[in-house]
Design a protein around this ligand. Structure first.
Ligand SMILES: Cc1cc2nc3c(=O)[nH]c(=O)nc-3n(C[C@H](O)[C@H](O)[C@H](O)COP(=O)(O)OP(=O)(O)OC[C@H]3O[C@@H](n4cnc5c(N)ncnc54)[C@H](O)[C@@H]3O)c2cc1C
Ligand SMILES: *[C@@H]1O[C@H](CO)[C@@H](O)[C@H](O)[C@H]1NC(C)=O
Ligand SMILES: *[C@@H]1O[C@H](CO)[C@@H](O)[C@H](O)[C@H]1NC(C)=O
Ligand SMILES: *[C@@H]1O[C@H](CO)[C@@H](O)[C@H](O)[C@H]1NC(C)=O
Ligand SMILES: *[C@@H]1O[C@H](CO)[C@@H](O)[C@H](O)[C@H]1NC(C)=O
Ligand SMILES: *[C@@H]1O[C@H](CO)[C@@H](O)[C@H](O)[C@H]1NC(C)=O
Ligand SMILES: *[C@@H]1O[C@H](CO)[C@@H](O)[C@H](O)[C@H]1NC(C)=O
Length: 533
């Protein structure tokens, strides 16, 4: 054979062989799906393979974190438009042993809804986002592809005095968020989003559709805090709507170190979990230029607050519990609850609320920065010394690159026992810490990751122990991952007890019963006992 011929064959083989995603599993799955859904005419409109020109647009929408990358993209993205199509996709992926990932709002911190090391298909729920509100019953059915912004807007459209409790970012999806807990600005009054779920529809590994009654109380318990992803595909949630006043009050006051921020943060830790349930004083901490001394950095503490009531009630409450903050009437703004959603999401004042249900469409495909988050629970106030140690660490990372959020607990969150739902962070917790760091260049990834891990290491002495607890919705693979091949209980327990404490064992029991072959799995999914998958 001539060299030329060899080269041609080499080029042919290397360039023209189908890429690794296009192996038989993939083709068999598509064939199976088409066969199963031969009477449904909209199927192929929901199937995207890398050959379709819109594949990247669909894949990339909702990706907000450049840190999450993988060489293996899904071989197929399927966007079902009804339950029967999901049943077919589950049937076919099981039959041909093709792993699935379920994508709701796509905000997973570790990308578990859209990356995987093995050949896989994404079931993307973007076409299932209808919301029906019953103001008389004070309930709503919400399809799992909806975002928080849509939920809030649809409720406000129907009523000025009903609301729902969930996170502040309007593009977060209810699929992941509700199944993992869901903390928001009204959580001291109403608990987590999961605490307010009263029914759900779920498709199990056998393709069976269940509601609360047919799934049974164990499985219904598991998906309200234990994450949907281990147990089935949730297609919709039924929630209880919550009574709120027509008028709420917000403020966002800043104090720097020169303005006694250290003392204020110290004091905050003693009162934020005990104040009136209608009051949630959230605290954000950043390090940037001091407004008082040129060229110097300082810590900025933002006291970002929602009060369910008018300013005339809020001021005496603040005077009683936190006079040191020096809050004055001019700091406060009265508004409707739905306007407060825009306020806490960081939109400029005056932006129309009509943006809320559509903002997810504009979340760009253009990932601008790298991000890593972690979480902790604090049960005793951190000393002044301890706080000063955090400030020091802030100086080792760029201005504004890092942010800490201190989210107060207490109130309704403590009214539940640790085992009432899988979300175990109840009485005894003063606040949750969310650590976040952002950077712009791939080259500085190592530096920023080691910075946040160093801070996390430093914090060990100030936070919950045995286990050192973490919030499941702030997914963090540093806490441990399942081993590949056989998912072992012992391995999973390492991360599982941090998120779920003693509820981990009950989650394993439920998993073993409803999905013994471990069809629904990812790097941090609950393992069944004696799994071979
Ligand atoms: C910008 C931002 C702001 C945030 N703010 C808050 C906040 O204020 N409060 C708070 O508590 N959390 C907050 N979070 C965390 C958020 O709750 C989680 O990231 C949540 O899991 C996102 O859900 P999702 O549907 O958008 O994500 P996805 O990535 O789609 O899903 C997350 C996980 O749930 C699984 N899943 C999704 N849908 C389903 C379904 N229908 N059935 C079964 N499994 C499913 C996925 O497979 C994946 O494992 C925030 C996250 C981000 C990125
Ligand atoms: C297709 O790829 C998957 C994952 O790499 C593998 O498990 C499977 O055996 C492959 N199928 C064929 C027919 O090569
Ligand atoms: C993707 O391409 C296939 C094959 O050409 C086609 O049948 C299908 O409808 C396309 N999908 C979308 C969403 O356009
Ligand atoms: C700072 O806080 C401490 C403790 O609360 C207080 O004694 C002191 O007067 C405060 N200083 C200023 C400048 O507000
Ligand atoms: C609070 O104020 C700070 C500083 O101006 C700002 O960066 C932050 O976005 C504000 N937060 C809200 C919710 O308005
Ligand atoms: C993506 O973002 C970068 C930086 O923000 C910008 O320069 C670029 O034009 C954007 N690209 C697209 C396609 O929007
Ligand atoms: C997985 O478990 C099965 C049954 O316990 C065992 O036969 C098999 O060897 C294990 N595989 C791996 C990769 O550990």
């Amino acid at each position: 054979m001539t060299t030329f011929k060899k080269l041609t064959i080499f080029l042919f083989l290397s360039l023209c062989l189908p890429p690794s995603w296009a192996n038989n599993t993939h083709d068999n799955f598509l064939e199976c799906l088409h066969h199963k859904l031969r009477n449904s005419n909209s199927v192929s409109q929901g199937i995207y393979t890398p050959k379709n020109s819109s594949y990247s647009t669909i894949y990339n929408s909702f990706l907000g974190n450049r840190r999450i990358t993988s060489d293996s993209k899904p071989s197929i993205i399927f966007t079902p438009s009804d339950e029967s199509q999901i049943q077919a996709a589950i049937h076919c992926s099981k039959k041909h042993d093709l792993q699935i990932r379920i994508r709701g709002g796509g905000h997973d911190y570790e990308g578990l809804s859209y990356i995987s090391e093995t050949v896989f298909v994404i079931i993307d729920l973007r076409n299932l986002r209808s919301i029906s509100i019953d103001t008389k019953d004070k309930t709503a059915w919400i399809q799992a592809g909806a975002t928080l912004g849509e939920v809030y807007y649809r409720i406000a459209e129907k009523s000025k005095t009903l609301a729902f409790v969930a996170g502040v970012c309007p593009t977060v999806g209810v699929g992941g968020h509700f199944s993992g807990g869901g903390y928001g600005m009204m959580s001291r009054k109403f608990g987590t989003a999961a605490d307010n779920i009263i029914d759900a529809k779920l498709i199990d590994a056998n393709g069976k559709i269940h509601d609360r009654e047919s799934m049974g109380e164990d499985l219904f318990w598991a998906i309200r805090g234990g994450g949907g992803t281990s147990f089935g595909l949730i297609t919709s949630w039924k929630v209880k709507l919550l009574d709120i006043p027509e008028k709420v009050t917000v403020f966002n006051v800043t104090r720097t170190l020169e303005q006694n921020a250290t003392q204020l943060v110290y004091k905050w830790q003693h009162i934020a979990h005990k104040v009136d349930d209608n009051l949630l004083l959230r605290l954000f901490l950043k390090s940037s230029q001091s407004p008082f001394s040129r060229g110097q950095r300082t810590i900025h503490a933002f006291f970002t607050t929602l009060f369910l009531g008018g300013v005339d009630e809020l001021l005496p409450e603040m005077q009683k519990s936190f006079p040191e903050l020096g809050l004055v009437k001019e700091d406060c703004i009265e508004m409707s609850w739905i306007e407060s959603i825009l306020f806490f999401a960081g939109f400029p004042r005056g932006i129309p609320i009509e943006l809320l249900p559509i903002i997810w469409k504009f979340t760009s495909n253009n990932q601008t920065s790298f991000f890593k988050g972690k979480s902790d629970y604090v049960q005793r106030p951190i000393s002044i010394n301890g706080l000063e140690g955090i400030w020091k660490l802030f100086n080792q990372v760029g201005e504004n690159a890092a942010e800490l959020q201190f989210s107060p607990y207490g109130g309704e969150l403590s009214e539940f026992s640790e085992s009432e739902t899988p979300f175990p962070h109840r009485a005894g917790n003063i606040f949750m810490i969310h650590y976040g760091v952002n950077w712009e260049k791939m080259e500085s990834s190592e530096k920023h990751l080691s910075w946040i891990r160093k801070l996390y290491g430093y914090m060990a002495r100030y936070v919950s122990k045995s286990p050192r607890a973490a919030y499941f919705n702030y997914r963090d693979l540093d806490l441990g991952v399942n081993n590949k091949g056989n998912t072992s209980y012992a391995q999973a327990r390492i991360w599982g007890e941090k998120y779920f404490k003693n509820n981990f064992d009950r989650l394993v029991k439920v998993k073993t019963k409803v999905d013994p072959t471990n069809f629904f799995r990812n790097e941090q999914s609950i393992p069944p006992l004696l799994s071979k998958a």
